[in-house]
Design a protein around this ligand. Structure first.
Ligand SMILES: [Zn+2]
Length: 320
């Protein structure tokens, strides 16, 4: 989008875009420790950071960049949802900032998130073996797009696994159910949730004056949305609600700064692959025979496509 200006950062994990004065998007560099995007919002006296990347090192770079903007302290951090690429760097901010999430996200992190992490640590040898095998598969892969996305995924997962022994899993300290507003001297920041779609609970940030939304993974730009932990129908409902809001600019969970157009593309993607899965089920064909529709062939996260089809299928079965 033309309204974002690239500014120099020294981090290999992300580039920083100025979206408008005091609003910055940290756009993840593929195959590194960031994986998801983050954002920084200037509150006048201090800063709000949205999401904390997939590794401690990437989060440390984010904190460094935040401090270098104007020397202000980070007083709040929001985790839009529980996924590791939005929460793993929490410990870097915990001493100076109040980490915020919805109550549901907190509960998931405190129980399932923590257990999952301990499982990763316990299984680390197996996980490394799996990554070696995936690397072999990627080498054999003929589809160049899929091959590249697989290699980025493997590289990011290696960084995550290498970091894991140092991770001090840090939970949010402040939770909300529906809405939390930060009234800073310079701007109003609304932290909202319309429930869970991408995960069991998804929060986003809305700046009503600037008409900017920081959506977490509810909206992705030129990336296959990740349906793994999703409720596809609820997600569509949330996108409908977002579509009715006055939003000019979106900082998405993955991909470049965008507009409502990408929100509509995510909706269309889900409708399109749902139709493909339904058709395949009717004809009793295998999901593996479905190829990426042309409209999405240049999108990243190609490696999630088959998983997405399976998730849609599982939901169809469950709903009868
Ligand atoms: Zn996510």
């Amino acid at each position: 989008m033309g309204n974002a200006i690239k500014v120099f950062t020294e981090s290999r994990h992300f580039t920083l875009d100025t979206v408008t004065e005091g609003v910055y998007a940290a756009i993840a560099a593929p195959g590194t420790g960031s994986v998801g995007n983050a954002a920084i919002i200037d509150l006048g006296d201090s800063l709000l950071v949205i999401d904390t990347f997939n590794t401690i090192e990437a989060a440390e770079d984010l904190l460094k960049v935040a401090r270098s903007l104007n020397g202000k302290q980070v007083s709040y951090v929001l985790n839009t949802h529980w996924h590791g690429d939005h929460t793993s760097g929490n410990q870097v901010f915990a001493s100076e900032a109040a980490i915020i999430s919805t109550k549901i996200t907190y509960d998931i992190m405190a129980d399932f998130g923590r257990k999952r992490l301990n499982q990763h640590l316990a299984d680390s040898e197996l996980i490394y073996q799996g990554l070696d095998e995936e690397e072999e598969q990627a080498k054999q892969e003929k589809n160049q797009k899929l091959k590249r996305d697989m290699q980025w995924d493997i590289a990011s997962n290696r960084e995550y696994m290498n970091m894991l022994p140092q991770l001090d899993y840090t939970l949010p300290a402040l939770t909300f159910d529906k809405e939390l507003t930060i009234h800073s001297g310079t701007r109003t920041v609304q932290i909202l949730t319309f429930g869970g779609g991408h995960t069991e609970s998804d929060a986003f940030v809305y700046l009503p004056e600037e008409k900017i939304a920081v959506t977490g993974d509810l909206v992705l730009s030129k990336h296959h949305p990740v349906l793994m932990n999703s409720n596809p129908k609820e997600w569509l409902n949330i996108l409908e609600k977002l579509a009715r809001m006055e939003i000019k600019t979106i900082i998405p969970g993955h991909g470049e700064v965008c507009s409502k157009q990408q929100l509509h593309e995510v909706k269309k993607y889900k409708q399109a692959i749902t139709a493909l899965v339904e058709e395949s089920a009717e004809n009793k064909e295998s999901l593996e025979a479905i190829t990426v529709p042309e409209a999405y062939q240049d999108w990243c996260f190609t490696n999630y496509f088959q998983l997405n089809l399976n998730r849609i299928y599982d939901f169809m079965e469950k709903k009868g």
